[in-house]
Write a protein that binds this ligand. Structure first.
Ligand SMILES: Nc1ncnc2c1ncn2[C@@H]1O[C@H](COP(=O)(O)OP(=O)(O)O)[C@@H](O)[C@H]1O
Ligand SMILES: [Mg+2]
Length: 248
């Protein structure tokens, strides 16, 4: 589904990613760990193609196609979707408008589908409000996931879906992610996912196979996701720098 080869990215003229390699197979979920400022969000934004994140080296292959030079909307049309760590509030644009636009782009115009989706996800009151304006942390993340469900991407990029979320919302968000990644009966292939987690809490709900630790723009560790999480909990990211888990 996704191959990233020696990816180098600059933001605001500063080199942030210094040669990242990573591959995600069809139907696989991988977790990306790392301290604040290590470049996790930069990696996701570069995969999605936001122009502020300038690719200075390496390439990104998506479904066997080199997408390194494609725009955000071209990547989205190919089947990539993202949930932002901190999405912007947009005055005058209702949550319903965005969800409808996502459904329409897939040829599903019925308003009933939106209503059902919103009801199932406990989002009914948020549908006619300006998107993200005054939303709580949990509401923002639920709204991001609702948009992804409507969009139906083959590769889902999730940037800290648990940040700013209370325990009740956590379990709902976990359910929504699992629903998003579940094999849809009408589809022959299941979805792939790269999930950024700072705390690892989301992995209580969502199963990830591989885990990576990103330190100062480079991947320092590729192991079973739960092993990475246990090791980070025990030794902190300083342990990753010294690679303490190898000696366990
Ligand atoms: N627009 C920007 N201009 C300059 N530096 C930036 C910009 N956005 C992010 N950075 C820097 O890039 C580094 C990595 O940030 P980020 O990818 O957000 O890390 P993480 O998500 O791991 O916390 C940080 O040092 C951050 O300050
Ligand atoms: Mg981040």
């Amino acid at each position: 589904m996704l191959h990233i080869q020696d990816l180098r990215v600059e933001v605001g003229g500063k080199a942030i990613l210094k040669g990242v390699n990573l591959s995600i197979g069809v139907g696989e979920t991988h977790a990306l760990f790392g301290p604040n400022g290590s470049g996790k969000t930069t990696l996701l934004m570069a995969i999605m193609g936001f122009p502020r994140y300038v690719i200075t080296g390496g390439r990104i292959l998506f479904k066997d196609q080199d997408i390194t030079g494609l725009s955000v909307d071209e990547r989205a049309r190919l089947g990539m979707g993202i949930s932002f760590q901190r999405p912007p509030a947009v005055r005058g644009v209702k949550t319903r408008d965005i969800v409808n636009a996502c459904l329409e782009s897939r040829g599903r115009k019925d308003g009933q589908a939106v209503g059902e989706l919103a009801e199932r996800l406990n989002m009914v009151e948020l549908m006619d409000r300006d998107i993200n304006l005054g939303f709580s942390g949990g509401e923002i993340k639920r709204s991001e996931l609702l948009q992804l469900l409507a969009q139906g991407p083959d590769l889902v990029l999730l940037d800290e879906p648990e940040s700013g979320v209370d325990l009740v919302n956590m379990s709902l968000i976990g359910q929504m992610i699992n629903e998003l990644l579940q094999k849809d009966l009408k589809r022959t292939r299941s979805r792939s996912c790269l999930i950024i987690t700072h705390t690892g809490h989301i992995l209580d709900y969502v199963r990830a196979s591989k885990g990576y630790v990103l330190l100062e723009g480079a991947i320092h560790c590729v192991r079973d996701a739960m092993e990475v999480l246990d090791s980070v909990k025990e030794h902190g990211y300083e342990g990753c720098v010294k690679c303490l888990c190898q000696s366990e």
